[in-house]
Design a protein around this ligand. Structure first.
Ligand code: NAD
Ligand code: USQ
Length: 406
């Protein structure tokens, strides 16, 4: 297949490009490199040293003889460029990663909220709009999030996108219908993914577009089979308080001897998936497109759930690192259960890579190798969800409040 990968320079996008290229697909990255600019804005860098995208694709070509093409296009702002590229190249499929994906970054200020909404919603709408205008029947695979559902359970597993409901009619009958699971986002970022869902539903219904939305859990790990092939193919690995995600942060913190930053009592339960499984799921989704004029296909892309404090305790035991119980900068339930259905990917042959497979230690080793690149002042998460929370949490870039570690 000819595949356009929007956001192919990012944490999940880059290993996906390598995986799809190795599988024999013709891969074209469209990315505006905004994620690299955000690193500059925040004054941080990936734990792992990343080469330019052009250098990465050159190394891939040297290693494999296969080409990955790069196009500098802002999907949200350069509609005509995007449309022109799609018209000229007419890909069979599009994988859409090109959004601002950090919840803390999206909540930093009014400017960051505006940026996240404008970037994410326009990026998604521009792609859909161009597909219709060009009468291009490419399968669109979008990376959504488990966070569209919210995380609480009502004693029932979260289904894959659609919820069967019984509706009482005016003449007293009950009719059943499947509706999109009610959105319950916990940040501006997660809210944009709820808005994306509505755009997809409309374009599938009105224009018959073939769309798959992958509701993905938190991605952990850094290497895949392909990124291991050469030092310069290495993936990005975020550790800072805005972009680092919880499990990867704990592993990096263990590597540098930084008390593990648990928010509150760590009762939050979240869904997880290893980066290797994430790229496999995307390939499976590409190989199983929905029929034209069918509703949006939704998969829950996760393999296991864990409670934050259980992860911290496990990593603390493994590494001897102490745990810091910090005031939570987010507005979220202090404790929740989470049961999620993922039957579709399992039924299509996914063999999950779980936490217990020795990979945690491997990631700590990667982190130790590059520990000299860590700026410890960038570890604390200081983006507060409300002004009230901000007032309560001492802004402490040097992490002095960690001295109150339990
Ligand atoms: P990332 O920030 O590392 O990568 C996103 C890429 O998209 C970057 O290379 C960025 O430059 C590009 N981009 C952003 N806006 C763009 C625009 N307007 N035009 C062109 N390119 C643009 O994020 P990631 O961790 O690789 O996540 C990829 C996708 O997967 C996101 O949509 C995210 O919501 C979703 N997701 C990620 C995780 C996770 O744990 N990382 C979990 C669930 C879902
Ligand atoms: N947390 C800590 N300590 C930390 C960092 C986070 O306790 O140092 C807690 C947070 O308070 C939260 C949980 O861990 O309760 C998860 O936080 P996270 O930053 O790992 O994940 P989140 O903000 O939800 O976002 C990440 C990705 C996002 C993706 C989402 C999937 O950045 O792109 O959509 O995971 S999900 O969580 O399933 O919605």
């Amino acid at each position: 297949m000819k595949i356009a990968v929007l956001g192919g320079d990012g944490f999940v996008g880059w290993p996906t490009c390598l995986h799809l290229s190795e599988a024999g697909h013709d891969v074209h990255i469209l990315d505006n490199l905004s994620r690299r600019w955000i690193d500059t804005e925040l004054g941080v860098q990936s734990l792992t040293p990343m080469d330019s995208i052009q250098e990465r694709t050159r190394i891939w070509h040297n290693e494999t003889g296969r080409r990955i093409h790069f196009n500098l296009i802002d999907i949200a702002k350069d509609y005509e460029l995007l449309k022109g590229w799609l018209a000229k190249n007419r890909p069979d499929a599009i994988v859409h990663f090109a959004e601002q994906r950090a919840a803390p970054y999206s909540m930093k200020s009014d400017r960051h909220k505006n940026y996240t909404v404008n970037n994410n919603v326009n990026a998604t709408h521009n792609v859909l709009n161009a597909l219709v205008e060009l009468e291009l029947d490419a399968h669109l695979v979008h990376l959504g999030t488990m966070g569209v559902y919210g995380y609480s359970t009502v004693g029932a597993a979260i289904p894959e996108g659609y919820l069967p409901v019984g509706i009482e009619t005016m003449d007293g009958r009950t009719v059943s219908q499947e509706i999109l699971y009610p959105g319950n986002p916990g940040s501006i970022y997660h809210m944009t993914k709820v808005l994306d869902q509505q755009l997809f539903a409309f374009y599938a219904k009105n224009d018959g577009l073939r769309i798959t939305d992958l509701h993905q859990g938190i991605v952990w790990g850094t290497h895949t089979q392909q990124t291991r092939r050469h030092e310069q193919l290495i993936n990005r690995f975020d550790y800072d308080g805005d972009y680092g995600t919880v499990l990867n942060r704990f592993l990096i913190q263990a590597a540098i001897g930084y008390p593990l930053t648990v928010h509150g009592v760590g009762g939050q339960t979240r869904a997880f998936i290893h980066i290797q499984d994430s790229v496999r799921c995307i390939e499976i989704a590409l190989n199983n497109p929905p029929a034209k004029n069918s509703r949006v296909e939704i998969f829950n892309q996760m393999t296991e759930t864990h409670r934050v404090r259980d992860l911290a305790e496990m990593i603390s035991k493994m590494s001897g690192t102490e745990i810091a119980w910090l005031p939570n900068p987010r507005k979220e339930a202090p404790e929740n259960d989470l049961v999620v259905k993922n039957d579709k990917f399992m039924g299509l042959g996914l063999k999950p890579t779980t936490l217990g497979e020795g990979l945690l230690a491997e990631i700590v080793d990667v982190a130790k190798k590059y520990a000299y690149r860590v700026d410890r002042t960038r570890v604390p998460a200081v983006s507060a969800w409300t002004k009230d929370i901000a007032a309560k949490i001492e802004h402490d870039p040097e992490g002095k409040r960690l001295k109150s570690v339990s």
